[in-house]
Unconditional design. Sequence first.
Length: 160
Amino acid sequence: MKILIRQAVSSDSAAILSLIKELAEYEKELESVALELSDIERYGFGENPLFQCLVAVSEDRVVGMALYYQRFSTWKGPTFHLEDLIVTEASKGQGVGTKLYAEFIKIAHQKGVERIEWNVLDWNTPAIGFYEKSGATILHDWSSVQMHKAEMETYLNKLK
């Protein structure tokens, strides 16, 4: 399988959304995907993009992606957060994920970021093994914290 890794363009938005939904289905969270095609186009390719995305293309078809964005660490400085590294089920085991991962790391290194980071579910042992083999450190002493829009509104209303 010949694979080309390139920066995503707006016309890749439907494929990006499809990959997001495929990952959500794998994680048994498909109903949690609220994004629509217009959101991908606006947030990724609009006037002020909030993310960047690499896509893996084989035979003119997007078969994987690495979606990331810039963050800032008060201890380290500029960092990149890899939100998702996704490969279609049909393309797994063919080096697509490794090529996307390597290109993401190459870009981060060239941009001079001090750290790259991402989350992995504790039950996703294939992904954990992949990351550990690459030299990444799995942090077991940190917990992810999230607050969704409804919780933000509840909290802010309590302050009134």
